[in-house]
Design a protein around this ligand. Structure first.
Ligand code: UTP
Length: 285
């Protein structure tokens, strides 16, 4: 089985970023001059995926506009010979299809993913959370797709999480097969520290087998009163093998002010021109 499709849930309220998210999607916040969701879509496309479904909600129109053509702007740039800018706004090749669906009620990540059932059909697919970006030599999604080639099973992206933050994550209990691969024995969403089975936390990348949709239909509201993807994964794990993969790279949670600022600073540090202009090294000393 080959992975051809990706789903990007981006419908959440973004309460950690209020008041900004009252009228602006957090996925449209800039990292330098591109919105967060640009990096997420780019990761999927550069990993070889050409069909992408973004799950949005009321107040998130800016995401749809960003990936649409803007004929007036294109004409304006063309007339003024601004070819570099023209190339920049035509983000992806014409054979990349970005589709949208709206989650009418924000009932949780599990509910958002369940809306992708028709789009996905009966094939494995990738889920990338719209506010998590990962900097790596080889894209994290591609790394996971390579593991999938061998295992042909659900693969969950994970990282080691400091103890004081574990209660915010889905956490796995697994048998270590390799330095970066676990066979999952159980999972739990947002456990109390004393109940956490490990310090291996789920981050925003998943390769899911299509049977996840049957499990999503069975779950009840869990942590935070939301329909949790992790609860559906618990059901799926009872019927088929499931792996956790520690990707090679650095993950940034841009969904809160501190994480977003940190991401911008680190991306600016990587840019020679910005690093010099802002005298970032001196500023951070
Ligand atoms: P978060 O836990 O980050 O929730 O969702 P949130 O609402 O986006 O942000 P906070 O925590 O209130 O600040 C994880 C992912 O699930 C999506 C979000 O868009 C994000 O990509 N999500 C969450 C949905 O698509 N729908 C939902 O109902 C909930």
């Amino acid at each position: 089985m080959k992975i051809r499709k990706a789903v990007i849930p981006a419908a959440g309220f973004g309460t950690r970023f209020l008041p900004l998210t009252k009228s602006m999607p957090k996925e449209m916040l800039p990292i330098i001059n591109k919105p967060v969701i640009h990096y997420v879509v780019e990761e999927a496309v550069r990993s070889g995926i050409k069909d992408i479904l973004i799950i949005t909600a009321t107040g998130k129109r800016a995401i749809e506009d960003y990936f649409d053509h803007n004929a007036d702007l294109e004409q304006h740039l063309g007339k003024n010979n601004k070819n570099k800018e023209l190339n920049e706004i035509n983000i992806f090749a014409d054979d990349v299809y970005i589709h949208f669906i709206r989650q009418k009620e924000q009932k949780g990540l599990g509910h958002a993913v369940s809306l992708a059932k028709k789009f996905v059909g009966n094939e494995p697919f990738v889920v990338l959370l719209g506010d998590d970006i990962i900097k790596s030599k080889k894209h994290a999604t591609k790394q996971m797709m390579d593991v999938f080639e061998e295992k042909q099973a659900t693969i969950i992206g994970v990282e080691e999480v400091p103890k004081e933050r574990i209660e915010k994550y889905g956490v796995i209990d697994g048998e270590k097969l390799k330095e970066n691969l676990y066979l999952i024995k159980s999972l739990v969403e947002k456990p109390k520290l004393k109940d956490a089975p490990s310090n291996i936390g789920i981050i925003g990348r998943y390769i899911l087998m299509p049977q996840i949709f049957e499990c999503l239909e069975k779950i009840k509201p869990g942590a935070g009163g939301e329909l949790q993807l992790t609860d559906a994964l618990v059901l799926l794990q009872k019927t088929q093998e499931m792996y956790a993969f520690v990707f090679d790279g650095k993950r940034y949670d841009t969904g809160n002010p501190e994480g977003w600022l940190k991401t911008n600073i680190e991306y600016a540090m990587d840019d020679e021109c910005l690093r010099e202009k802002l005298k970032l090294k001196e500023l951070l000393e």
